[in-house]
Design a protein around this ligand. Structure first.
Ligand code: AMP
Length: 415
């Protein structure tokens, strides 16, 4: 089957075209045919279209809305110019998989999209007011373009964490708030945590119920997950993606009383403080320079910039605290898994995070870590390390494509 994977933001559409099916999943022979992005939809959009094995094609064009964006993608995919030999017409696209940010407590797995499912996603808008409406736009656009007959699946960022036990997902707030408004920890990046845990057990040749790992998704957004017997049992993001680790522009954990304090001292509205915590905090907040870890590392090395170093240290310290907490929560783990732009690419950050964890049985292998090739999967701890460490590049789009196939074929979702 040829699957179109869509990840829609309020003014953007990212896509991938992936050829896969149940036998290809079993043999790991899925094939990425194309990918691309359309940014600044609603005005003069910036378009990148990239067929596998060809040079990327960049252009701009006015795009009215998400429907126009999806139409452009399909026109390009089916055109002679894209040189995607297996896709000549719309009929050669067999299903669409959508990334959907929030599935609330309702969606524990990926599902085929029906009118009822769409209503369910709409009901979660309160929980993700910035993201779910954009995801719905993408679903509606694809329905209009392909017709309702083409199967479409929703793959939720929150679904993997629906196995959290009650004591891990509840906040210590008046219980009625949970009852009335479903205020609880949901967690995000679930597709990424699930994917790397799945790859880990493939690398080790072990079954799902022996997968006991801590996964660290460290990108511009960052989260940790405690995975016991293949299930997520705790995770650092909460009701929203603001909680937990230090991120590019998000604060992660803070004392909630700070919100009121900043409002009073700085004369800001609640909305302005929320923006401050989401957009002006984290690495950029501490360093005053950038949210980009690579640039911070350069600043720290080349100019010995104190606040760049402080931002890096705070970032790594917070991650290490979560590892300790999760090891305690899980009663030990077999491996740490690093993923995301920072986790996959920065040996220095990995070293700093793992520093001082030797007593827990983690022996990082300095050479394996520094020699690790970006984009590859690999062990970065010593062979005798009781707690192993791996780098596993994430591939959320592939998992969305595979989940879509499983939904269409009626195959089990838990694997
Ligand atoms: P993502 O959101 O997963 O694309 O990750 C983006 C983050 O990864 C940014 O902070 C980048 O600076 C960081 N990153 C990418 N490559 C490197 C690298 N070689 N060293 C350090 N950080 C990197």
């Amino acid at each position: 089957m040829n699957l179109l994977v869509l990840n829609c933001g309020s003014s953007s559409v990212k896509f991938q075209l992936i050829a896969t099916d149940l036998d290809r999943i079993a043999q790991n022979t899925d094939q990425r045919l194309a990918r691309g992005s359309l940014e600044r939809i609603g005005g003069e959009a910036i378009i990148t279209l990239h067929a596998e094995g060809q040079a990327p094609h960049r252009s701009t064009a006015p795009l009215r809305d998400h429907r126009a964006a999806v139409e452009l993608v399909i026109r390009w995919v089916c055109s002679e110019g894209s040189r995607i030999s297996d896709v000549k017409s719309v009929g050669d696209i067999h299903a669409v998989g959508h990334r959907v940010v929030h599935g609330g407590e309702r969606f524990r797995h990926s599902v085929l999209i029906t009118d009822e499912v769409l209503r369910g996603i709409e009901e979660c808008i309160d929980l993700a007011p910035l993201h779910n409406p954009a995801n719905i736009k993408g679903i509606t656009a694809a329905r209009e373009v392909f017709g309702v007959g083409l199967p479409q699946a929703a793959v939720f960022d929150t679904a993997f964490h629906q196995t959290l036990p009650e004591h891990a997902y509840l906040y210590a707030l008046p219980y009625q708030l949970y009852r009335r408004h479903r205020i609880r920890r949901y967690g995000f990046h679930g597709t990424s945590h699930r994917y790397v845990a799945y790859r880990y057990r493939q690398l080790r040749g072990i079954p799902r119920d022996q997968t006991n790992v801590i996964t660290l998704h460290l990108g511009n957004g960052c989260s940790a997950a405690a995975i016991r017997a293949g299930d997520s049992v705790d995770t650092s993001m909460g009701l929203t993606p603001l909680e937990g680790l230090v991120m590019g522009t998000r604060s992660g954990d803070i004392d909630p009383a700070i919100v009121d304090f900043i409002q009073a001292k700085e004369g800001l509205s609640a909305q302005e403080v929320e923006t401050l915590l989401n957009k002006q905090s984290g690495l950029i907040g501490i360093s005053g320079l950038t949210n980009d870890m690579r640039e911070l590392l350069d600043e720290a090395h080349e100019h010995n910039d104190r606040r760049a170093r402080l931002a890096i240290d705070t970032f790594c310290y917070r991650a290490r605290k979560y590892i300790g907490a999760y090891l305690a929560a899980m009663g030990g783990a077999d491996a740490l898994i690093f993923t995301g732009g920072i986790g996959e690419n920065s040996a220095e950050v990995r070293t700093l995070i793992c520093e001082g964890l030797e007593w827990m049985g983690l022996k990082l292998d300095a050479e394996r870590n520094s020699q690790h090739t970006s984009g590859r999967e690999g062990l970065i701890s010593r062979d005798e390390s009781r707690l192993a460490a791996f780098v596993i590049p994430t591939d959320e789009e592939l998992l969305i494509a595979r989940d879509t196939v499983r939904c269409v074929r009626g195959a089990p979702q838990r694997y």
